[in-house]
Design a protein around this ligand. Structure first.
Ligand SMILES: [Zn+2]
Length: 216
């Protein structure tokens, strides 16, 4: 089963993707992670990514797709994959369809996690992170110790990240809607798009996602 997972930044996409990987036993394919790994490996393709990214330029679609095609051919992705962070544009969606088509596959489901913007703002602006160990807190739901010391590693490094402001959330959300809505319009005619209420506990949301995957 090939599944695209969409949701605005802060909607809990990463958490759900991990749970789906365990439940469906198919890998999560994240372009961000793959590009980082490729650059770290020093491969020819990784060096090309370096050239663009060191200049602050976007990596062209054909290079991202080459990486994608390589990843899809690995044995663990033979039964399907969960795509996260890709496709980002309609041409990328069309190219993904073509690559899957070469393997006799297609996008089976497009899952959209819907969370109201005010809730995302509350989640993100309340987030605090330990810079030493990565432990996350939320000022209201899981507050960091009043001493300021991380409960996980003891470092005095619990901060609010510069990206976790309301203004940044609104900017990212606007970008998401601008990029994503045309992709949903691309997939809607094939009947694969499922919009999921992304408000609730992690378990509740996972159950809704799995329910949508079982409907065919
Ligand atoms: Zn820590």
């Amino acid at each position: 089963m090939d599944v695209i997972l969409f949701g605005p930044p802060g909607a809990g996409k990463g958490t759900q993707a991990k749970l789906l990987v365990e439940t469906l036993a198919i890998p999560q394919i994240s372009t961000g992670d793959m590009m980082r790994a490729e650059r770290a490996s020093g491969s020819a393709l990784g060096k090309k990514f370096d050239e663009y990214m060191n200049q602050g330029l976007l990596v062209p679609d054909d290079l991202v797709l080459e990486l994608f095609a390589q990843r899809l051919r690995r044995p663990d992705a033979a039964e399907g994959a969960i795509f996260d962070g890709f496709p980002r544009t309609v041409p990328q969606a069309e190219a993904l369809d073509a690559k899957l088509g070469e393997l006799g596959r297609r996008v089976d489901r497009v899952i959209v996690l819907e969370v109201p913007l005010d809730l995302i703002i509350e989640r993100v602006t309340g987030r605090r992170v330990c810079l030493s160990c990565g432990q996350t807190y939320h000022v209201r739901y899981s507050p960091p110790p009043p001493s300021g010391e991380c409960s996980s590693c003891g470092a005095n490094d619990v901060v609010q990240r510069a990206d976790d402001t309301e203004e940044k959330v609104r900017t990212r959300d606007a970008g998401y809607h601008r990029e994503t809505l045309p992709i949903l319009a691309h997939y809607e005619p094939t009947g694969v798009v499922a919009k999921i209420d992304g408000v609730g506990t992690i378990e509740e949301i996972t159950a809704r996602v799995l329910g949508a995957l079982q409907r065919s």
